[in-house]
Design a protein around this ligand. Structure first.
Ligand code: AKG
Length: 296
């Protein structure tokens, strides 16, 4: 991994924003050339999926396990402007657990009744199965490949601070939640969010397809959500840190009790950031949390 990423280590202000609000916006996370390369790869995936599934041109395309669909995607795993934020939040025992590309064509303008729906926290079964307050467990980075700087572009909707709430927000059909906001950012922006924060897709009534790629990161002791094992052919072309992020390890116990060989990221950080830093990000998570859960 290139050490130039060290210039993008998390600042105190970024850490505070993520801890207190549950999300963090990183403007210009992707340079123009990278954005173009990603769009080329993503458009190809979209075309292939539409053909394979006989999707209507106006239907939403959602492709999981996108990470194996091209080098442009693999490169985002340890992307310099976002990966240092991930290791700061989750520590060095981290992996990627999901990669999800969504192409959302414009809704018909004849449907002004459409409401953002599907408010949820991420995680599938852990959400109902875990006692409260829930632990963080994972977070996602949304790489925005199209412009969502106007409300009609349908950027993700979030309830800031809702990761601290102990119970789901009360909902009535069509309820838009007074405290929700729609994220409005330009293409090339990354938006990180805590999986516990309540969020939903906005409504795209613009003239352009809304394009976004979500990469999720979790602790290594969780299973991948859209993969069990990554093919050797892909692992072979990755350096040790990317292999760690793709769920690789050297010892079966290492997913729970990692040796240094299981987590090359830890060794890399020791070399480049020192012992005190590695200790801090690997410390007990409950000692880091600076807030009490709120009831709803
Ligand atoms: O597409 C969006 O804006 C929301 C995506 C989402 O809900 C998710 O990644 O869990």
């Amino acid at each position: 991994m290139d050490k130039s990423c060290l210039q993008y280590c998390m600042t105190d202000a970024q850490r505070d924003q993520f801890d207190q609000q549950g999300y963090l916006i990183v403007p210009n996370a992707l340079d123009e050339a990278t954005l173009e390369r990603l769009l080329e790869a993503s458009d190809r995936v979209d075309r292939e999926e539409r053909e394979k599934k006989a999707l209507d041109p106006g239907a939403t395309m959602a492709k999981f396990r996108t990470i194996v669909e091209g080098d442009a995607f693999l490169e985002l795993l340890d992307w310099p402007k976002t990966f240092p934020l991930i290791w700061d939040i989750l520590g060095w025992n981290v992996q990627h657990y999901i990669s999800h590309l969504i192409y959302y064509p414009p809704e018909s303008k004849q449907r002004p009744d459409l409401q953002p729906g599907g408010w949820h926290q991420d995680g599938g079964r852990p959400v109902p199965e875990m006692e409260r307050p829930q632990p963080r467990l994972s977070l996602k980075v949304g790489f925005w490949l199209s412009d969502v700087s106007e409300p009609e572009h349908g950027g993700i909707r979030v309830i800031p601070g809702s990761h601290k709430r102990d119970r789901p927000p009360e909902r009535t059909p069509g309820n838009e939640f007074d405290d929700s906001v729609q994220v409005q950012v330009e293409a090339g922006t990354a938006v990180l969010f805590d999986r516990r924060m309540w969020h939903s897709r906005g409504i795209n009534t613009s003239d352009i397809t809304r394009k976004v790629l979500f990469l999720g990161y979790s602790y290594r002791w969780l299973r991948g959500l859209d993969y069990n094992l990554i093919d050797d052919e892909i692992l072979q072309k990755c350096d040790p840190i990317r292999r760690q992020l793709l769920g690789d390890g050297v010892d079966v116990k290492g997913w729970w009790q990692p040796t240094d060989a299981d987590v090359p990221l830890k060794g890399w950080l020791l070399e480049h950031k020192g012992e005190e830093f590695v200790e801090r990000i690997g410390q007990k998570q409950w000692e880091r949390q600076k807030w009490e859960p709120e009831g709803y």
